[in-house]
Design a protein around this ligand. Sequence first.
Ligand code: AMP
Length: 208
Amino acid sequence: MNLVLLGAPGAGKGTQAKKLVDTYDIVHISTGNILRASVKAGTPLGLEAQSYMDAGELVPDSVVIGLVKERLQEEDAEKGFVLDGFPRTATQAVALTTELDELGRGIDYAIAVEVAPEVIVERLSNRQLCKACGYIGTKGDTSCPVCSGPLHQRDDDNPDTVRNRLEVYTKSTSPLIDYYHGADLLVEVNGDQDPDEVFADIQAVIAP
Ligand code: AMP
């Protein structure tokens, strides 16, 4: 199964991606995670990406498309994948379709997780990530409930950057909902529910 997860920052894409990976034995391809790992490792990709990420801007299409193409060609991606945070622009969406055509593959569903903007701002300012395992928690958690690792707030979850990320989402990424609707691949779910309920709604469509 090949899936794309669409939705504003903080809509719950990462949480749903984890559930999809665990349930359907597919690989999780998060461009945000790949870029953050590159920044941490100080690679040339990370050095190029960091200023865009800190400002809540999109990293240039050519950079992100290149890294997704490489990842899709790895052997484990053959069993299926969930793309989380990619595509984010029309150029990326078209490049993805073209690359998958070349690989003789295609998207099965593009799942849009929908949440009202005021809920997003509240969620992002409360969000805490586990440094060790990537668990997504809230400020109420003192340590990771999964692995007891330390929790921290993402650098780009501060109010100014969040505002910009939401604007960028509205302008560049939300039109992709129409793109996938036109391709008859779109599934819309209400993201303003308990994560298990969101997941049940997704499953009802992709594996009824
Ligand atoms: P995320 O973890 O998906 O919220 O991504 C964090 C940041 O990484 C974004 O605000 C962008 O700066 C960058 N990023 C992640 N995915 C993409 C993408 N597909 N295109 C451009 N920039 C991206």
